[in-house]
Design a protein around this ligand. Sequence first.
Ligand code: ADP
Length: 381
Amino acid sequence: MLPSEKRIGIIGGGQLGKMMSEAGSPWIIKYNFLDAKGSPCSLQGGTFIEGSLKSAEDIRKLAEISDVLTYEIEHINTEAIAELEKEGKQILPKPSVLKIINDKGIQNEYFEKHNIPIPVFCNLKEEKDWTEKLELFRGEKIVVKSRKGGYDGKGVEILTKQEIIDGARPFDTENTLLEQFVEDITEISVIVAVDQHGNSGTYPPVAMEFDPVSNLVMFLHTEVDMDRETLKRCREIAEKSALSFKSPGLFAVELFVKDGEVMVNEIAPRPHNSGHHTIEACYTSQFEQLNRILLGMNLGNTELICPGAMINIVGPEDFSGKYQLEIPEELSKEAGFFIHLYGKTESRPHRKLGHITILAKDKTTLFEKADKARKIKVIAK
Ligand code: ADP
């Protein structure tokens, strides 16, 4: 049924909301957004409510003018959406999912309970656990994670056992989990879509490379160097994890793969940076897919049209302020490069300003083109 009569309310008005509404624009979907003044979605059509993602009152204002609510960021007022759900408002993914995901300690316990493979971990309870629990882990390196509030690697420290014995305490004890450091991992993401009728679909796995300083995804591609069996297992484990929530929605499942062993790292219950390539590289983008889910439609086809890669455009280290993109002339003429800008007026070091999707007929050409795309630079205006 299109155009849809349903009004979609998005808590958060950043680039993910922007790309959702871009995906919904051919279908004349009506969007409402809630976020701070000047957020990317304030440039979109639709109603933009200036406010705070933590304010129950502002979320309620958004709910009043929307038929279904979703969120494009996890750090929102979860009590407020749980309350609205109790009153009968449809919120997808369900608020119960956010309760699990917003605490990595609870998330890991949940995975364990549902037989979803994860690295060995331990939630700390008291000061002496810092040293007493070290014996649970192999090797010298330990991953120390803040249970709440982390994102893009903020809230993750890799320390040695000795550093912990010597007193390193990056986070408060009750907010800390220790995790087995898994050496030489390939980091994979699988996006899983679950519709309102209980059907699910998985996107082909992508391999991700992160910037060592900012921890942002710098490069991802669909041509993962792994045997078919392991790739199949990645999709199966991701799907099992997402279905365990018993909630419609879009779920980005981040996986670690080591010697054919697949482990879940974490799940984001929303469109994800690791799915941006799906706009051009897949039959149905992650954003169209979430629109379909929210409108109660069937899922679209998740498969690749052709190999794809993505490079984030991030603010350089050396300046803050107004910026422009410098695009080499050879690139502006060549096919298979798609530049997305998020409408952020100012650059700051490591700020995500946009991304480039690259399409090619095979892996070699894809990687050659990705090298060319890296020549696109953010410069001061
Ligand atoms: P965030 O939620 O902030 O993105 P993650 O839990 O994804 O944090 O961790 C950030 C990065 O730290 C991961 O992408 C991975 O490179 C590394 N990392 C996290 N956990 C482990 C682990 N158990 N073993 C090895 N590396 C890890």
